[in-house]
Design a protein around this ligand. Structure first.
Ligand SMILES: [Zn+2]
Length: 377
């Protein structure tokens, strides 16, 4: 988790390193940018750099061998505190971040380019909405009232400040405004527009761009040893997200599950077999809510791809072989007459899932609407 481990983002790295070296870092910084662009890896690299007691003369990165760096390696540095959304579970004695910390460390050490969905799966709390509880602000306040264990920087990393309960965010304001000496708040946000305005006005923003396809491709080649051509194909599908690229490259099963479910949806909508349509909706209802949303997003992408396939512009298509084969046969069923209608139904289903409407009804309704739309191509 040093700067070397951050894919691309050279400009942001240079800015942060020079601000850190020049003692010009603000005491509260918020990294934003699309999923999978490397916000958390960047935050961790900066934090580790600040804590390192033995930075090389030419700067650029943490030494990797001092006590602080070694503690960082296992995410057990005593002056680093993590705040992240959780689902409190009294029975499992997991009611605050400290009690979830081993699951959190395990996920980060396994993959720095994790996603929100990964965290939900790691906690095994599908169908719940994690939040940052107000008590976390009290916990941080208490921790910061003590002295720094190693006499250096104290770092608070807040992942997804948009999930903070309002009272907690208000309590955090005071700390952000007048932090104790040598204390740095690093916020990592995916939806900064949902962060409380008063928090936003107290942090400096650094916005990170999506990764370039070439950067993703190179990283896949380097880390997974995949062949160059395959890397490029996975990278093109990933839309600038290394997390997505890893997902496609490492869990063939996962992506093909979405594919299978999508092709069944379309076949059943075409054949109008009501009993099987019901079975399909029931199967979808058993998936976790995040996975259901993944599916609906995936379906929208497949419809978009099928529509553009009609334009015979290969460069618009971002699909793997299996998807390409299906799309080439399916494309004629998606035309100017029904493409928008299908997209609207998928988006509406997504909104309903987010609003907690009964999933079985949402998916059955979706497939019913599609039976009409698909005939109207
Ligand atoms: Zn070091």
């Amino acid at each position: 988790m040093d700067f070397k481990a951050v894919i691309g983002q050279e400009e942001v790295k240079r800015t942060l390193i020079s601000e850190a070296d020049g003692g010009r870092l603000p005491h509260a910084l918020m990294l934003t940018g699309p999923e999978g662009c490397g916000k958390m890896p960047m935050a961790l690299a900066l934090a580790r750099y600040l804590c390192c007691r033995n930075k090389s003369a030419e700067g650029q990165d943490a030494c990797g061998t001092c006590l602080s760096c070694r503690q960082w390696e296992q995410l057990i540095h005593p002056d680093v505190h993590f705040v992240f959304p959780i689902v409190a579970n009294k029975a499992r004695k997991k009611e605050n971040c400290d009690e979830w910390i081993s699951a959190w460390r395990e996920m980060l050490l396994n993959n720095l380019y994790f996603t929100y969905t990964d965290w939900i799966q790691q906690m095994e709390v599908e169908n719940s909405q994690p939040v940052i509880y107000t008590r976390e602000s009290d916990n941080i306040q208490r921790k910061l009232s003590l002295k720094s264990v190693q006499g250096g920087w104290r770092i608070v990393i807040i992942w997804l400040p948009e999930k903070m309960q309002e009272a907690g965010a208000n309590k955090m304001l005071k700390l952000l405004e007048e932090p104790p000496a040598q204390t740095m708040f690093l916020l990592v946000s995916e939806e900064p527009q949902k962060v409380l305005g008063t928090i936003l006005s107290r942090v400096q923003h650094i916005s990170m761009p999506r990764l370039k396809d070439e950067e993703i491709s190179q990283a896949l080649h380097l880390h997974l040893g995949m062949e160059t051509e395959e890397c490029m194909m996975v990278a093109r599908m990933a839309n600038g997200s290394y997390s997505k690229a890893l997902g496609t490259a490492t869990t063939e099963e996962g992506s093909s599950e979405l594919f299978q479910q999508f092709t069944s949806l379309m076949r059943l909508a075409w054949s109008r077999k009501v009993k099987e349509m019901k079975a399909w909706s029931e199967e979808m209802a058993d998936w976790g809510r995040e996975r259901q949303k993944d599916f609906l997003l995936y379906a929208q992408r497949m419809i978009r791809e099928s529509f553009t396939a009609n334009l015979h512009r290969a460069e618009l298509n971002y699909m793997n072989r299996e998807e390409q084969q299906f799309t080439s046969r399916f494309a004629p069923f998606v035309s100017e007459r029904n493409a928008m209608g299908i997209m609207n139904e998928l988006q509406e289903a997504q909104v309903h899932i987010e609003q907690n409407v009964n999933a079985k009804m949402v998916f059955f309704d979706l497939i019913l609407q599609l039976t009409v739309l698909i005939k109207n191509h």
